[in-house]
Design a protein around this ligand. Structure first.
Ligand SMILES: Nc1nc2c(ncn2[C@@H]2O[C@H](COP(=O)(O)OP(=O)(O)O)[C@@H](O)[C@H]2O)c(=O)[nH]1
Ligand SMILES: [Mg+2]
Length: 196
């Protein structure tokens, strides 16, 4: 028996969703047929669009080892900013969201709009969110404390800093996502635990 989980990567346009997935695509091994390998890719990063989509989503299929004693696969979708019925449905049914924040001062309205979009999708269900503050290399990056206060919500599970196009912080963000998936806290009726 296997189970499958769904991770949605979302954020403002240009926040670094593709950069995160490209890094994982480059650094996770492709499955070599060994069933005991825990963290491998079954596919390369590809684009996929649902019905009526203007922009394509990016997709990757992984094996993440055992969750609740079951061999588990993970579908990862980085969604385009404009949400349609197909992508909203993916958000509603996902197990965990990775929300990417662009740290640049002038991108805060765009980040906030994206954060509202994702919260509006599922008002009746608290989906755990791992927040990544990306582009920490920028000279105009906002202080971490300012950003943390902005994205502190009941379902924010953890926060990470990253410079995704250099791969910094990408894997630690991904490990937090795996912790959320592997944690029994997820089955507590999706109530969230703060790790910040
Ligand atoms: N300075 C800086 N630029 C980044 C970083 N991560 C991504 N970028 C750049 O930001 C742009 C948008 O990134 P992309 O991953 O395509 O964003 P997406 O629209 O969310 O998929 C690209 O030019 C990336 O190279 C980062 O950590 N720092
Ligand atoms: Mg992209």
């Amino acid at each position: 028996m296997t189970s499958s989980k769904l991770l949605i990567v979302y954020g403002a346009r240009g926040s670094g969703k593709t950069a995160n997935l490209q890094y994982l695509n480059t650094n996770l091994l492709l499955n070599d047929g060994d069933p005991h390998r825990d963290l491998v890719r079954y596919t390369n990063l590809t684009t996929k669009s649902g019905p009526g989509a203007n922009d394509a989503a990016e997709h990757m299929h992984l094996s993440i080892g055992k969750v609740d004693e079951m061999v588990t696969t993970l579908d990862v979708y980085a969604l385009p900013f404009e949400l349609n019925d197909w992508s909203k449905q993916l958000i509603r049914t996902c197990d965990v969201i990775c929300f990417i924040v662009d740290s640049a001062g002038d991108r805060q309205p765009a980040n906030k709009e994206a954060f509202r979009n994702v919260q509006d999708c599922c008002p009746d269900r608290l989906i755990p969110i791992v927040v990544q503050f990306n582009k920490r290399d920028l000279t105009d990056a906002l202080p971490l404390e300012v950003l943390k206060a902005e994205y502190d919500s009941p379902n924010s599970w953890s926060v990470r800093e990253a410079v995704a196009f250099e791969g910094l912080g990408v894997f630690s963000t991904f490990l937090d996502i795996l912790r959320v998936l592997k944690s029994s806290l997820v089955s507590w009726n999706n109530s969230c635990y703060k790790q910040i």
